[in-house]
Design a protein around this ligand. Sequence first.
Ligand code: IMP
Ligand code: MG
Length: 173
Amino acid sequence: MSSVRLLHDEKAIARRVEELAAAIADTCPRDFIIIGVLKGCFIFVADLVRELDRGGRTPLVDFMRLSSYGRKRESSGDVRLVGPLPEGIEGQTVLLVDDILDTGLSLATARELLAAAGAKEIHTCVLVDKPSRRAIDIAADFTGFTVDNGFIVGYGIDFSESHRHLPYLGVIE
Ligand code: IMP
Ligand code: MG
């Protein structure tokens, strides 16, 4: 059995989400569309939109799903859209939200899909950045936490579908 070591507790996450929402509110117009990449973003987006509301922002919320086939702990490098792309993207300002920025292939693929759908402006936000793992040159506009290494779980993020329920961010040991 693998155990989970605590990285950031609920309070630390809440503080960081508050800071991120303030930075996003400074950058994005009053109305924009948040598009979360499922499933790992579901708790992060839920907290982020309520923080943005407190700051007077009125974003729409939608989701898209990507799959990287053949993945266990490693990205297969073959990222595909699963299901539909959100509608009504054309001409809009989008905040693309993902749980983890690892090789960068998922975020790059999502961004390309939204650009092809006619988004006017695309900002990117990730909860956790693992810069040492990057396979392509990409950075997020807004980053919650940066980690060197290790497999992150909790706060919506899974290890083979388990651990999403943890209220904190941890690393698998
Ligand atoms: P990328 O395409 O390699 O940047 O991978 C991004 C996606 O891989 C994330 O959205 C996660 O779904 C998954 N992923 C990457 N690293 C981790 C991790 O440490 N824990 C859980 N999922 C991860
Ligand atoms: Mg993901």
